[in-house]
Write a protein that binds this ligand. Structure first.
Ligand SMILES: [Fe+2]
Length: 382
């Protein structure tokens, strides 16, 4: 437990069987009135704990949420004016809160008579499982069977750098009996969750599971993302786990159209935490176009362009952590603001039936001032 002038950071408590090793809650902080020291302490708390649930921010002004996410990455030049599709291919339909930069409203159902300027808005369709290769039936879903929507980190993977942190406030939370998230991949794995939570796994914890030979390989290797990667996979189907895609459906180069070669992203496979030095295996496998594999600095990389081989390599690693015991369902309540380290975690939403009631979320991120740093730089030759 850490204490600051007026606020406290407490690691989340694990139940027997839980193996996730991150997450903390913060009490005694008013995000509408933050001092510079508080901001520095909060930033360090997120780099350290990876998910921080700031309790009791019912009255948080969306403009202050926008200030917060920018001050957490003080060098960001993001003014919140980019179109959303430059920010994150997953939320292109989301709505911005008027006057609050890139704070976006999403959720489900009736948002109230006046939700920060949105009058009598009903969000008819937020998530659904159309994206999954074999979604649960309507009846199964209504009876409480659901899926992880899409495991990812927040990044356009083209152009702007990923946000360092994402700030997500629960304004209105659904309620009702627990749902059952099923893997539906033949493993038989399931886990229970209350409705309306965000799930996380740690790419740092995943890295720590690798053998020393595997660590050497991923430390020296990198990936190249496709141009317009979310457009590239728009016609593809997700595996039922929500992690990775299955089968084909990628757009051809012609279908993808023109792109700016300078905006294509090459990122190390391993991202180093700037505060703790921890390493994360942080690869958005669905969007990867090429792997560059090598075990040491002097070696010529082996370039892998076969999509099945790319997916097998990445999922062969990530499936080790995609297990109920390593997944944190961040226990946010109405009014809480969750801040996470987007360079060290994967996250996903989980859909729920409408009868559980409306959900309103305010989400903010920025273009990162500096992109991810690997343990070994990518050679300039590539
Ligand atoms: Fe996200």
């Amino acid at each position: 437990m850490g204490s600051f002038a007026s606020w406290t950071v407490s690691p989340l408590e694990r139940k027997p069987g839980d193996k996730w090793n991150f997450g903390a809650s913060v009490t005694g902080l008013d995000l509408n009135n933050l001092a510079t020291d508080d901001m520095d302490g909060l930033r360090n708390a997120v780099w350290q704990h990876k998910v921080v649930i700031v309790k009791g921010q019912h009255k948080l002004d969306p403009k202050k949420q926008w200030d917060l996410v920018r001050q957490l990455d003080p060098e960001t030049t993001d003014e919140g004016t980019s179109p959303n599709d430059r920010r994150n291919g997953l939320l292109t339909r989301a709505r911005c809160i008027p006057g609050a930069g890139n704070v976006r409203l999403f959720g489900k159902g009736f948002q109230g008579e006046d939700h920060y300027g949105y009058k009598n808005l009903t969000i008819e369709r937020w998530l659904n499982h159309d994206w999954h290769v074999s979604p649960p039936s309507r009846e199964a879903f209504e009876s409480g069977i659901t899926r992880f929507q899409r495991w990812h980190f927040d990044a356009p993977l083209y152009g702007d750098e990923p946000t360092w942190f994402t700030c997500l406030r629960t304004v209105r939370q659904p309620s009702g009996p627990d749902l059952t998230v099923e893997w539906a991949d033949g493993s038989g794995l399931t886990m229970k969750t209350p409705p309306g939570l965000t799930a996380f796994f740690s790419s740092v914890q995943l890295y720590d599971m690798l053998s020393s030979e595997e660590k050497e390989l991923v430390d020296h290797s990198w990936v190249e993302y496709a141009p317009h990667p979310f457009k590239w996979i728009a016609q593809c189907k997700s595996r039922n786990t929500g992690l990775g895609i299955t089968g084909g459906g990628h757009l051809t180069e012609e279908e993808l159209g023109e792109y700016d070669p300078a905006a294509v992203k090459k990122y190390p496979m391993v991202w180093v935490n700037p505060l703790t030095g921890e390493k994360a295996f942080q690869v958005h496998g669905a969007c990867v176009r090429k792997l560059y594999l090598r075990k040491s600095k002097g070696e010529q990389p082996r370039i892998v362009e076969n999509i099945s081989e790319i997916h097998d390599f990445i999922l062969g690693i990530q499936h080790r952590v995609l297990k109920p015991e390593y997944i944190l369902l961040a226990p946010a309540e109405e009014g809480d603001l969750v801040i996470w380290d987007n360079y060290g975690l994967f996250h996903t939403a989980i859909d729920y039936p409408e009868k559980y009631g409306p959900r309103s979320m305010h989400k903010a991120d920025t273009g990162g001032s500096v992109g991810p740093k690997g343990p070994v730089p990518i050679p300039s030759l590539y």
